[in-house]
Design a protein around this ligand. Structure first.
Ligand code: SF4
Length: 244
């Protein structure tokens, strides 16, 4: 038990050092706040499995065509799907958005998530996860960007970096990485670590050809050290001793 606590403390220190290194490299991220929490949730649903550019275009088209959420609720699902087509999976996302709006109208008597302001982080996560089409990443993004809560979402870039760096096992799936990072990210730094890891994943630690030669994290990365030591077989488990 004591050994486990010590390994966990070292991992936390390691993740803190990653956050500090990326913050020095990229700065403190500034993110425009969503107008309302419901806006943040719908924007995040639209962003599933697509790029930021495509999902932003779909959200703007949705709000242009339906200025009030009650207009979306009243619209035919096929018409909503046509409006958000640029986000992809429109025939899945449109009915989900409509069902969430209908649930809010029925439960709260209004199309708003303001009642979540009274909830703690765990209750807010549980509530969002109970909505159709809302998984851990969507719920965490909604709370981080819509409420400014210190909750750490794991997307595909972050999942890849966490495995390569040795924060989690390279065999971990996305859900496992999300679970583990919930207790590993430095408190008060969820936004900085989330945004800067994604930026690093897009620009440097790309899925196909990571640019390890120009990477500020190279000195603390399992992926590159395994390449050097094993000739490319790679590391397999989360580190327990190395702290950057
Ligand atoms: S050293 Fe390479 S694999 Fe490791 S984080 Fe940097 S780019 Fe990614």
């Amino acid at each position: 038990m004591k050994r486990h606590r010590s390994a966990q403390a070292q991992l936390k220190a390691f993740v803190r050092s990653i956050e500090v290194t990326l913050r020095k490299e990229y700065g403190v991220p500034k993110v425009a706040p969503a107008r309302t929490l419901l806006d943040a949730l719908v924007e995040t649903i639209l962003s599933q499995n697509t790029t930021d550019v495509n999902s932003s275009r779909a959200f703007r088209a949705l709000r242009r065509r339906y200025p009030r959420w009650r207009d979306v609720l009243a619209a035919p699902t096929e018409e909503i799907a046509a409006t958000i087509r640029s986000a992809g999976l429109a025939n899945t996302k449109a009915p989900r958005i409509k069902i969430i709006l209908a649930l809010l109208q029925e439960e709260q008597g209004r199309l708003s998530l303001k009642h979540m302001g009274r909830m703690g982080n765990a209750a807010a996560m549980d509530y969002l996860l109970s909505l159709p089409g809302v998984g851990p990443k969507t719920a965490a993004c909604t709370l981080l960007f819509g409420m400014g809560r210190d909750i750490f979402p794991v997307d595909t870039h972050i999942h890849r970096l966490c495995r390569r760096l040795g924060v989690v096992s390279r065999f971990a799936n996305a859900e496992r990485t999300q679970d583990e990072m919930a207790s590993l990210f430095p408190k008060g730094r969820a936004l900085s670590l989330h945004v800067n890891l994604i930026r690093h994943g897009r620009q440097i630690c790309k899925a196909q050809r990571p640019q390890c030669g120009g990477c500020v994290l190279a000195g603390m990365c399992d992926f590159i050290s395994a390449l050097n030591v094993t000739g490319g077989r790679g590391a397999s488990g989360p580190r327990a001793t190395k702290v950057g």
